[in-house]
Design a protein around this ligand. Structure first.
Ligand SMILES: Nc1ncnc2c1ncn2[C@@H]1O[C@H](COP(=O)(O)O)[C@@H](OP(=O)(O)O)[C@H]1O
Length: 258
């Protein structure tokens, strides 16, 4: 029997990650970060699209950098991929908070996915999700964007006496929750389906809570891929975090600001 969808997602995320690491090893200090970031986005995107066309020719693909395969509207299986999440961090020497996302979406839900963290030599996938470690004693830790931390998070952190942990890449932040390095990831103000589909699939498979900030379902493969806010956290913190978010006075959503 050939690879199942979980195995395929994991293999493609790993291979794309290896290709990205290869670009790092050929780097010289003179390389313009924007050129390196674009080279990474393109190389990973091309690898993922070529392999998906070869192994799943009847499926549709929605990538941050383009679409492929049959039209999404008529296709029951859609791969939602982010070839390089955390492009900025990828270009900064020594950082490990960047990722490759590969997710299969059926009926608006993620049914198989993988997140590669190439600089940590790790791939998390829905076929063999990691076991959530028990939470260490101490204040809760909330991962937030290092470049665009949402203003309301300080209010939420205050309500839970939590500390915030700035980090790049939605995939790296959700992986940090899955691996027990932080307890939650909060985001608002803008994102697209490819930023969260694969890591949310892995988080759910590992038993974590994942939702919009109002507690509603995260749904994928919609006509408009804009998906501006989310909460991923340990299940025991979900009620407290959703309540704290609902009580914030700072604007939590900016659906019009893309
Ligand atoms: N306000 C916003 N609008 C659109 N995309 C956003 C955004 N804030 C974060 N993102 C995207 O979400 C991903 C993680 O962001 P962050 O590191 O700030 O947490 C990044 O994806 P890419 O690196 O694939 O572009 C970033 O572009």
């Amino acid at each position: 029997m050939g690879e199942d969808d979980h195995e395929l997602a994991a293999r493609l995320a790993r291979q794309a990650g290896d290709r990205l690491l290869g670009l790092h090893s050929g780097r010289t200090s003179e390389v313009d970060p924007r050129v390196l970031g674009d080279a990474g986005d393109n190389a990973s995107h091309e690898l993922l699209l070529a392999e998906l066309a070869r192994t799943r020719p009847r499926d549709s693909v929605l990538s941050e950098h383009g679409v492929a395969g049959p039209p999404r509207e008529s296709c029951p299986r859609v791969w939602v991929v982010d070839p390089l999440d955390g492009t900025r961090e990828f270009t900064e020497p020594g950082r490990t908070d960047w990722a490759v996302h590969v997710a299969l979406v059926e009926d608006h839900a993620v049914t198989a996915s993988a997140v590669a963290l190439p600089a940590r030599a790790a791939v998390l996938d829905t076929g063999a999700p990691p076991r959530l470690p028990s939470r260490p004693a101490g204040r809760p830790r909330i991962a937030v964007s290092r470049s665009r931390p949402p203003a309301f998070v300080d209010e939420v952190a205050g309500a839970l006496d939590a500390e915030t942990v700035p980090m790049g890449s939605a995939g790296a932040k959700i992986a940090a929750v899955v691996l027990g390095e932080v307890d939650a990831y909060l985001h608002a103000g803008g994102q697209y389906e490819w930023d969260s589909a694969a890591p949310v699939g892995v988080a759910r498979a590992a038993g974590l809570h994942a939702s919009r900030l109002d507690g509603s379902e995260l749904t994928y493969d919609r006509a408009d891929p804009w998906l501006p806010d989310l909460l991923v956290c340990r299940p025991e913190l979900a009620d407290a975090l959703l309540t704290a978010v609902s009580r914030t006075t700072v604007e939590t959503r900016s659906e019009v600001s893309r």
